[in-house]
Design a protein around this ligand. Sequence first.
Ligand code: FE2
Ligand code: FE2
Length: 476
Amino acid sequence: MADEQRDSRGEAKQSFYAKQQLINAARVTFQHLAAVLKNATLYPESHPSALSSAEKLLIKIQELLVDRKEVAFYLIGGELFFETHSVLVDQSLSLLMEQFVSREIGAIMFRPGLTEMEIIKFGSLMSKEPAFFASEGGIAASLSRENISHIDLHRAQLVDNKTGSAIKKGKKASSSYTDAVGTVKEMIRSVHLDKTVNMRKMNTTVQTLVDDILENRDAFTGLTSIKMYDEYTFAHSVNTSILAISLGTFLSLEKRQIAVLGIAGLLHDIGKVSLPLEIINKPGKLTEEEWGIIQQHPVEGALVLSEVPGVTKMAMVAAFEHHQHGELQGYPLVEDGRLPHLFSQIVSLADAYEAITANRIYYSSRTTPYQAIRILLKKRGITFDPILVKAFVNMIGIFPVGTVLKLDTGEVGLVMHQTRDLMRPHILLLTKFDGSEKETGAEVSLLETVNGQYVRSIAGTIDPEKARINLKLYLE
Ligand SMILES: [Fe+2]
Ligand SMILES: [Fe+2]
């Protein structure tokens, strides 16, 4: 391995761990905040428990303030973010999240100069009923009345730390998707015609994809579930890329690395370009000979890419390795017992999920995203690294965007995005089933409770095609 490559890998690994540490520190800080708010409901402000929990929180905040101007938490769609990093929270913090949500708080910021007294007063304020703030002219007014000047609360809005601008929500994910399909198509055509491949265009496309996915991951993973019948090969590449990028963002890889992963995803099957189309698109079972030809595509891919100037070496490695599953498994066989590169493993997982859920016209029945997740879970530790599978499921959800759910109330709901609880996504209630129009009914969270009881729970899943639900109307 070249020194340069080893260094960049070491660097990536270091920054990966640094980021994980930061996310951990953020989670611990949030847990201390939860303790402060809980104590505020149990003890008076001068009680030793109230004081000690405030002191602990202050220490954690000060540690984080060493290299930033403010410590900012955001609550969006039932998820907790520290700056722009998603922080996984467990059940014990759900009460605190609810406390914020019911007061319509989307962001909380702590600034230098913060005192224990402010923390304690903030705790008491938060223990008041939501209606209290309405009568007092809003939470901000209550904070200033109590002289709490180093804690700010905002309504939900995620701010991009680098640019300082608010992250746009609800941007059309489908336009970057179509652009990506166009770029892949052009690239495949160039390879076919032995023309120069425009790597610059491919890099820009992936950069845009990465930026857009960082903003709204659910919208993109949702898009991958509506397959394009006629252009499956292109859609497969783009979907694999989107899923690989999404997993990269979920694992908090560095943006540069995520882009490399995106390119590797887009190009992983480029070796199929040189194989006969009748075999690639053959419905039904392949003969042994045909299967032998299909198995050449990783080697073909690596060869094709070795001749494309400017393409990242990682794309070549992933093309070669994406069907190898550890030692002496998969193809092509290598006997040195090396595990595929982490990025090849990510592409391989994304590729498998995408292929399982693919809705190819000649498939008589379709595997739903929910069933695909179950298949991946079964292959964990055998075909796929168990930790990667776990991360993938945490990212995409047990009931991915686009899954149609049967609820215990008898209602039917379409998963729109994930929340912190994988069993309780945010859904759109559906009532009509003739597939002709888009319904704009109520969006509800399955986290919603009344008197401590969940209002709705999942009773099962429904095949959208059988229920005549046109997913395209909702996910584009
Ligand atoms: Fe492949
Ligand atoms: Fe593939």
